[in-house]
Write a protein that binds this ligand. Structure first.
Ligand code: ADP
Ligand code: MG
Length: 288
């Protein structure tokens, strides 16, 4: 293939919202046999909504939500956004925060209105039978429950739900039909991840993965001889996108993800992966 035909192909793709960095990306894509997909913001819309607040240990639900919203106001995470918006809708009072911290892939901590609050997953708050039990029915529906602790004691759960993009099932069906092996990779809890994967017919799930582990999973698959495309949207996906044979960023995601990827799907529509693959095959046929 001439550079001209490659340019014509990538130009056509660009008009359909698929940005391909260079010809080498198309060449690499042809041999891809495995597609690793981040859950939040890639398979799902990445715009979770507040579903439920269940306080334990003497707090009221409203008080827990007000404390949580104050802390999450300083976080950029989509979960934080859902909590802040949820509290605003209920016109809860805004509270003063000190010592805010956000350990990546775990959650947020700080002092709110004099109380030491931790909000996040079990890696941050620890596992507690009562909170796990409270979270179970929500997780079984694919919703995300995060744990709260106040002054080191379990204080309840906050549940958010993030709908699957309407384009996702069709995209996965086409990719599976082409023989690609699909793997879900997520920082979210195992039970939530399994439920979403089941809905989508994905059998291979890696859950509770810390950001630096995401790249390790990709490297592990490549070491086994697989050719791996990775689709993701977040800051936490950037190293994995860079490590993959082909990195695919969602245009609805973060800039750093797009900078680390060879392909960007402007609208975050995974059907773009099917099209990009078709383009790669057409171009490579011409070259050979
Ligand atoms: P992902 O976007 O793949 O779910 P992250 O690495 O961003 O993964 O987060 C992993 C987990 O850490 C989340 O599922 C959540 O439980 C927790 N977490 C991260 N950030 C926050 C936050 N701001 N508030 C509460 N929990 C959080
Ligand atoms: Mg994500």
């Amino acid at each position: 293939a001439t550079p001209m035909s490659i340019m014509a192909g990538t130009g056509r793709a660009a008009r359909e919202g698929i940005l391909v960095r260079d010809a080498a990306v198309l060449e690499a894509f042809e041999g891809v046999d495995t597609l690793v997909l981040d859950k939040t913001g890639t398979l799902t819309e990445g715009k979770p909504k507040l579903i439920a607040v269940k306080a334990t240990g003497g707090l009221s639900d409203d008080r827990l939500l007000a404390l949580a919203a104050a802390l999450e106001a300083s976080s950029e995470h989509p979960i934080a956004d859902a909590i802040v918006r949820g509290a605003k809708e209920q016109s809860l009072p805004s509270l003063k925060v000190e010592d805010f911290q956000s350990p990546t892939g775990k959650g947020v901590t700080g002092k709110v209105d004099g109380a030491a609050l931790a909000l996040g997953n079990s890696a941050l708050v620890g596992e507690n039978a009562e909170l796990t039990e409270l979270a179970r029915p929500f997780r079984e529906q694919g919703q995300t429950a995060i744990y709260a602790a106040v002054d080191g004691k379990p204080a309840g759960i906050i549940v958010v739900a993030d709908p699957i993009k309407t384009s996702t099932p069709e995209a996965l069906k086409a990719l599976r039909a082409e023989g690609l092996r699909l793997v879900m990779l997520t920082g979210d809890n195992e039970a939530t991840a399994r439920a979403v994967a089941k809905t989508l017919g994905i059998e291979d799930v890696e859950a509770g993965v810390l950001p630096d582990r995401k790249a390790e999973v990709i490297e592990g698959l490549i070491a086994k001889g697989r050719k791996v495309a990775m689709a993701g949207d977040g800051v936490n996906d950037a190293p994995a996108l860079a490590a993959a044979t082909v990195g695919i960023a969602m245009g609805n995601g973060t800039d750093i993800a797009m900078e680390s990827a060879g392909i960007t799907l402007i609208k975050g529509d995974l059907r773009g992966i099917v099209k990009a693959r078709g383009l790669s095959q057409a171009v490579m046929r011409n070259i050979k």
